[in-house]
Design a protein around this ligand. Structure first.
Ligand code: HEC
Length: 167
């Protein structure tokens, strides 16, 4: 094998210069990353708020009220609290879909934020369903609760089917 022509080989100094440039680049990326992390901090906070609100709603609707409907849990003051929590949580749904909150790890579909008006409409449908669910839960009448929980679950699913990848 022929040795490579001298000029093609990096000289010792070139090598050092390359290393220095690499270090500068790494430093730059780190600095940019730090700035990015600051902005990304808000996006992450917005994502976490959405995820945690969703989880709380899941616990209230499926972990509490729907289990009462199914006879897996006794009706109790906690059932009413769950319905009250749902009403409170869904009131702020329009704030849950902030631009930039589709961070890595989010189960929100990319097209969701481009359809804010539709998200708001689906949120309003849920607000209505949950507002109807509260008096049914307060009544303690399981048939009424069973009838009222269906539109609420349908509203959750309507948005998830379009804008979330949950499995
Ligand atoms: C207007 C749209 C919309 C409505 C209505 C909606 N969700 Fe969601 N939900 C989402 C999106 C988007 C995600 C994905 C969030 C993410 O990962 O960024 C999600 C995620 C979730 C998750 C998974 C959270 C996790 O652990 O990652 C649960 C649980 C959930 N929703 C429960 C509910 C329940 C219960 C309802 C009804 C009371 C509901 N959602 C109504 C949009 C909606």
């Amino acid at each position: 094998m022929k040795p490579a022509p001298q000029g093609a080989r990096p000289t010792g100094t070139d090598h050092v210069a390359t290393k220095t440039n690499a270090r500068k680049l790494i430093a730059l990326i780190a600095a940019a990353g730090a700035t990015g992390a600051y902005a990304a901090g808000d996006n992450t906070a917005n994502f976490e708020l959405r995820r945690d609100t969703m989880r709380a709603n899941g616990r209230a609707l499926f972990g509490q009220i729907n289990r009462v409907v199914r006879g897996q849990l006794e009706y109790s003051p906690a059932t009413v609290t769950a319905a009250e929590d749902l009403v409170k949580n869904v009131a702020s749904y329009s704030k849950l879909f902030e631009p930039g909150s589709d961070v890595t790890g989010s189960k929100m579909k990319p097209e969701a934020l481009a359809n804010k008006a539709d998200l708001d409409k689906l949120s309003a449908d849920l607000q209505k369903a949950v507002a109807d669910l509260l008096p049914a839960v307060q009544s303690g009448d399981k048939d009424k609760i069973a009838a009222a929980i269906k539109p609420a679950i349908d509203s959750c699913n309507a948005c998830h089917n379009k804008y979330a990848t949950l499995n």
